[in-house]
Design a protein around this ligand. Structure first.
Ligand code: ATP
Length: 335
C-alpha cells in the first residue's frame, strides 16, 4: 500500500508526522513517499505544485496532505496547490464529517457529514479584472455531470453509514441556472433512494440552523463554496478546527486533508493538535483503502486519548500538551 505525503506549509510539518506514526502502527507495511507542495515550495522553486508531486500522487493513488498557506492577494504564477491537486486527480467529493468528540468544546449529539462538490462552482479559477482592477468577475460553473456524481456520493454514503436524511443546500432562488441545476439534479438522484429522506435549505437558512441546532443535520449535500463555509461552521461544534477531518474522494485517488489550514499563528511551536489529520488518515483507511476495522481502531484510540482529559492548547486555551505528547497518547491507546 502506497501513500504520497505532502506536508505543505506551517503546521503541516508538525501534524503530518503524527498521522504517519499512527498509520504505521496499524499498517506496518505502508510505503510512504514524500513530495513537496505549498507556498514555501513556491518561494523556493517558483512552483507551488511541481509536476513530479502530481505524478507521485497519481502513482500512489492515495495522498495525505497537511496544509498550505495561500496569500489573499494575487501573486503572479501562484495558485492554491490543493485546489489544483483536487482537480487534477479528479477527487470530486469532499467528505467533511463532524461527530461529537469527548472534549468540553464539542456539542453533544452532533453527527453530520458535509458532502461538498469539489471540482466546480466558483472554484474553477476563472477570474478576471477590468476597469484597471476596479471590477472583478468570476465564473461559476455547475454541470449536470458533476452534480449527479456528487449527489450519488451523498446518497450512497447515507446508505453505507445508516443515515436517514440528505439535505440539499443551495441558493437556487437567486442563481436558478447554476444552483437551480444542482438542486434539480440532486432531487432526480434522490428518487433512486426512497428510504432516505431528502429535503433542502437555502444556504443562508442552512447557516442559521448550523449555528442554532446542528443536530438537525445528517448528510449535507452542497456545491463547492457553501460546503467549504458550512463545514468550518460545523467544525466548531465538533470541538474546533484542530479536530476536524476531511477526505477528498474520486474514482481512482483519494486525498486525506484536515479542514484546517497552515495556522501560521502557531506554526513551528510544536503545539498544533494532530487529531484532525489523524482522523483524516482514518477516513482514507475507511473510504479509500476499504479497511474499516483499522479505521475503527484509530477512531477509538483518538476517543480514548481525548477522554483522558489532557489536550493540546486549542481545546482549553492554555498550557496544552505538545503535538508529540498527544500523539504518544493516541499511539498508546492503539496498543
Ligand atoms: P491558512 O491561511 O493556512 O488558511 P489560517 O490561520 O487562516 O491559515 P487555519 O489554519 O484554519 O486558518 O487556522 C484558524 C485558527 O485555528 C488559527 O488560530 C489556528 O491556530 C487554529 N488552528 C487550526 N488548526 C489547528 C490545529 N491543528 N491545532 C491547533 N490550532 C489550530
Amino acid at each position: 500500500m502506497k501513500l504520497c505525503v505532502i506536508k505543505g506549509d506551517g503546521i503541516g510539518h508538525e501534524v503530518v508526522p503524527a498521522a504517519i506514526r499512527v498509520l504505521r502502527q496499524v499498517l506496518p507495511e505502508l510505503e510512504v513517499h514524500y513530495a513537496p507542495a505549498g507556498w514555501e515550495q513556491f518561494e523556493k522553486s517558483g512552483s507551488a505544485l511541481p509536476a513530479a508531486t502530481v505524478e507521485r500522487a497519481r502513482e500512489a493513488k492515495a495522498v495525505l496532505f497537511g496544509a498550505c498557506s495561500s496569500p489573499s492577494y494575487p501573486v503572479a504564477g501562484y495558485s492554491s496547490p490543493i485546489v489544483k491537486l483536487r482537480r487534477l486527480l479528479e477527487t470530486y467529493a469532499n467528505l467533511r464529517p463532524t461527530r461529537y468528540l469527548p472534549v468540553p468544546t464539542a456539542r453533544a449529539g452532533v453527527d453530520l457529514v458535509v458532502v461538498r462538490e469539489n471540482t466546480e462552482g466558483l472554484y474553477i479559477g476563472d477570474e478576471r479584472t477590468a476597469d484597471a482592477g476596479d471590477t472583478g468577475t468570476a465564473t461559476k460553473r455547475i454541470t449536470r455531470y458533476a452534480s449527479e456524481r456528487i449527489a450519488q456520493t451523498a446518497f450512497r454514503l447515507a446508505i453505507s453509514e445508516d443515515r436517514r436524511r440528505v439535505t440539499i443546500v443551495h441558493k437556487g432562488n437567486v442563481m436558478p441556472q447554476t444552483d437551480g441545476l444542482f438542486r434539480r439534479v440532486a432531487y432526480e438522484v434522490s428518487r433512486a433512494y426512497p428510504d432516505i429522506e431528502t429535503d433542502e435549505l437555502l444556504v443562508d437558512t442552512a447557516a442559521y440552523w448550523m449555528v442554532k441546532d446542528p443536530t438537525r443535520f445528517d448528510v449535507v449535500l452542497t456545491p463547492n463554496l457553501y460546503g467549504d463555509i458550512l463545514s468550518d461552521m460545523a467544525a466548531a461544534w465538533g470541538g474546533g478546527l484542530g479536530l476536524a477531518p476531511a477526505l477528498n474522494l474520486g474514482e481512482e485517488v483519494a486525498i486525506a486533508e484536515p479542514v484546517h489550514g497552515s495556522a501560521p499563528d502557531i506554526a513551528g511551536q510544536g503545539i498544533a493538535n494532530p487529531t484532525a489529520v489523524v482522523l483524516s488518515a482514518s477516513m482514507l483507511l475507511r473510504h479509500h483503502w476499504n479497511q474499516p476495522a483499522s479505521a475503527d481502531r484509530i477512531d477509538a484510540a483518538v476517543h480514548a486519548a481525548l477522554s483522558e482529559g489532557d489536550y493540546t492548547a486549542d481545546i482549553l486555551g492554555t498550557n496544552g500538551m505538545s503535538t508529540e505528547e498527544f500523539t504518544d497518547i493516541i499511539c498508546r491507546h492503539l496498543g
